[in-house]
Structures are given as structure tokens and as C-alpha cells.
Design a protein around this ligand. Structure first.
Ligand SMILES: Cc1cc2nc3c(=O)[nH]c(=O)nc-3n(C[C@H](O)[C@H](O)[C@H](O)COP(=O)(O)O)c2cc1C
Length: 162
């Protein structure tokens, strides 16, 4: 077992591929985050502002979307990496629910996104706020959008892991 785990949520497969590459480069374990209620194609149509994902993303910052209780026990891991798509500039609300559910005290936490074009600034602030809301004492690293193999490799190399 590695001391690093990559957790990811991916609605349409892009983040899954990136997470697999990150895990491969680090020799890390890999696990998928599942929403209690999976997203349908209609839910994900962000060109229609009345659809589920868009309505959820436009909630106040403390909005949460519940996840299944099927994540691995993190007690043996020093480093936790979370990958997610960018939805309306920030991580899907189920990422905050994931951070709530895990005990991340004392760990290194690094997060990354994939997107069509949006960068990681707002996502980083969103993650930092969720960490603060939980009162975790942890080492939060700078995230990035990993939209190309070169960016992915560079980001993985920049990580300061235990
Ligand atoms: C509801 C929704 C909102 C999105 N919002 C953004 C956005 O704000 N900026 C952007 O560049 N891409 C946005 N996208 C595109 C996704 O970030 C991009 O396709 C991502 O790589 C999908 O990852 P996945 O295949 O792992 O789900 C959005 C997609 C969806 C479904």
C-alpha cells in the first residue's frame, strides 16, 4: 500500500483519466467518489441554468451534495489528492461533502481539476474554505487544472508530499 491516495469524482471521464495518470506517476492508490444520486446527462447540461448541477453550484458556499459512504479508510495515508471537474468555476458540491466526511487532520491535501478553460483560482479558495470550515490542521498544496499531459506532469512534480 502506498502512503498516497488519489480520490476522484468524474461525471464524463476526463477527470478519471487525469486521476489515473496522477496515481500512476506517484505510484499511489486510486478510489472513486460516488454521489448518492448519480448525475444524468440532463442534470449536467450547464447550458440550461435550471438543471440540477447548475442549481447546486449556484447555492451558497456551504451547499453540499451527499456522497456514498464507500470511501477507503484514510488512516494509513499521509497524502490525499482529490481530483474533480470544474463546475461553474468551482468543484462540484460533493467535493465539500467528501472533505467533510474524511478526517484530514495532519495530512497533506492536494486537489486538482479538469475544465474546458477555467483555471484553478476559485476552486482553490473554495477548497481552502471547506478545510477551514472543518477546522482541519493540514498542509494544503496549490492545486491546478490538469488539462494537458505536460501540465499534469509538472503539477505532480511540484507536489511536496510526505
Ligand atoms: C455543470 C457543469 C459546469 C461546468 N462549468 C465549467 C466552467 O465553469 N468552466 C469550464 O472551463 N468548464 C466547465 N465545465 C466543463 C467541465 O469542467 C469539463 O468538461 C471537465 O473536464 C469534465 O470532467 P469529467 O469528464 O471528469 O466530468 C462544466 C461542466 C458541467 C457539466
Amino acid at each position: 500500500m502506498s502512503n498516497t491516495i488519489v480520490l476522484y469524482y468524474s461525471a464524463t471521464g476526463t477527470t478519471k483519466k487525469a486521476a489515473e495518470q496522477v496515481a500512476k506517476q506517484l505510484g499511489a492508490d486510486l478510489a472513486e467518489i460516488h454521489p448518492v444520486k448519480p448525475y444524468t446527462a440532463t442534470d449536467l447540461n450547464w447550458h440550461d441554468e435550471t438543471t440540477r448541477a447548475t442549481v447546486e453550484q449556484k447555492q451558497e458556499h456551504d451547499g453540499r451534495v451527499p456522497i456514498k459512504d464507500d470511501l477507503p479508510d484514510l488512516s494509513g495515508y499521509d497524502n490525499v489528492i482529490i481530483g474533480h471537474p470544474i463546475w461553474w468555476g468551482i468543484p462540484p458540491r460533493l467535493i465539500a461533502a467528501t472533505i467533510d466526511q474524511l478526517d484530514l487532520n495532519g495530512k497533506v491535501l492536494a486537489t486538482f481539476g479538469t475544465s474546458s478553460s477555467t483555471g484553478y483560482d476559485r476552486a482553490q479558495s473554495n477548497i481552502a474554505r471547506t478545510v477551514k470550515e472543518n477546522g482541519y490542521q493540514l498542509d494544503l498544496q496549490q492545486g491546478d487544472v490538469l488539462n494537458s499531459p505536460a501540465k499534469l506532469s509538472a503539477w505532480v512534480s511540484s507536489l511536496q508530499l510526505k
